[in-house]
Design a protein around this ligand. Structure first.
Ligand code: SF4
Ligand code: SF4
Length: 348
């Protein structure tokens, strides 16, 4: 019995990053991601600047989606504290070349200091992104959020895995679609998604099954047509994102016996044209406890940045981090498959 089968049979949780990394080693006949990079003419992968500070404000979330790579949920207690939030703001203050603060979670809005980090970043004239699950905008105690986000000109990047109710609810839980539509209508009312309002509303698609995302431009026009005709909803753009074989989605793939075939699909679809645009090349990801990573996925796998002396937000070193070698693994095939995938959608 191999390691993967034994995990499945013994019902162990995959929340432990070390267990995930054991599974995410190249199997006997698979090409390691590093070798694939070499074959495509890239000796190694390095960042070339830092435009975006992506801050994970915590694992607390009002939802428990089946594909969640953060393993977030209502029972999680990990929340970024004021000391780390202040350090993030200080990094922005000292480095005007970092133009964007990208807030994620969990549901980032559930961090009690969410409004503070937004307003401080806006005072510094930064573009702020809220990665929003939409349903939080209707939750008790959070109904002030749509107006707050609009007043601060925060870009909303909102998950909506399908314009069809059945598919959205299958991935994110019963009733999610109805609540998402209600939240989108509220955002539209405030001007989000409308031309010239300056309030950017981006929707995010990720596949409900084990497929790769379809063409982003074509899917965007399908979303536009369907959401407009069904509800009158408008939005600015759609990002397509590949499901990464990390955390809850990795667990799910193993449980249904599809891990190996999904990984093979990602490997077979390797696209060298996606390498230049990989998000780890212009982003630093910060965990709820202030540790630094190349991206949100490396964060979940506890693969810290390669610059040992700058692994905490309290020791941020722009010069060293901006040119760092990226820590890679088999999960990176998720970012280079097909049209490529990043927090800014398709790459190639
Ligand atoms: S995918 Fe997003 S909304 Fe769903 S549980 Fe994870 S963090 Fe929460
Ligand atoms: S998972 Fe993607 S973004 Fe993260 S290090 Fe690998 S290629 Fe870069």
């Amino acid at each position: 019995m191999n390691r993967k089968t034994s995990l499945k049979h013994r019902g162990e949780s995959l929340a432990d990053p070390k267990k995930q990394l054991t599974i995410l080693t190249p199997s006997a006949n698979a090409v390691p991601f590093g070798n694939q990079l070499l074959r495509s003419g890239h000796e190694n992968l390095r960042s070339d600047r830092i435009d975006i500070l992506q801050v994970n404000l915590g694992k607390l979330c009002n939802m428990t989606c089946s594909h969640c790579h953060v393993d977030a949920g209502p029972d999680r207690r990990e929340i970024m504290q004021p000391k780390e939030i202040d350090a993030c703001i200080e990094v922005l203050r000292q480095h005007p070349q970092i133009t964007t603060l990208d807030l994620t979670g969990g549901a980032p809005e559930m961090n009690p200091h969410f409004c503070e980090i937004v307003t401080e970043a806006k005072k510094l004239n930064r573009h702020v992104i809220d990665r929003c699950n939409l349903t939080i905008l209707l939750a008790q105690g959070f109904q002030y959020l749509p107006e707050f986000l609009a007043d601060n000109q925060v870009e909303i990047v909102a998950s909506l895995p399908c314009y069809l109710e059945e598919n959205t609810d299958a991935q994110r839980g019963d009733g999610t679609y109805t609540k998402s539509v209600e939240a989108l209508l509220k955002l539209n009312e405030l001007g989000y998604g409308k031309p010239d309002s300056g309030l950017i509303l981006t929707l995010v698609y990720n596949p409900v099954g084990q497929s790769l995302p379809p063409d982003q431009t074509e899917l965007e026009s399908d979303y536009r047509r369907e959401l407009k005709s069904r509800f009158g909803i408008v939005f600015n753009r759609l990002f397509t994102i590949t499901n990464m074989p990390v955390s809850r989605y990795l667990d799910y793939l193993i449980r249904i016996g599809e891990y190996e075939s999904y990984m093979q699909k990602l490997v077979d679809a390797f696209n060298p044209g996606a390498i230049e645009g990989l998000m780890c090349r212009n982003t630093v990801s910060i965990s709820w406890d202030g540790q630094l990573f190349d991206c949100d996925f490396n964060q979940m796998l506890e693969l810290e940045v390669s610059v040992k002396e700058a692994r905490s937000i309290h020791h941020f070193d722009y010069e060293k981090l901006a040119k760092r070698p990226i820590v890679i693994g088999q999960h990176c095939f998720g970012c280079t498959a097909g049209c490529g995938s990043s927090c800014q959608g398709a790459i190639a």
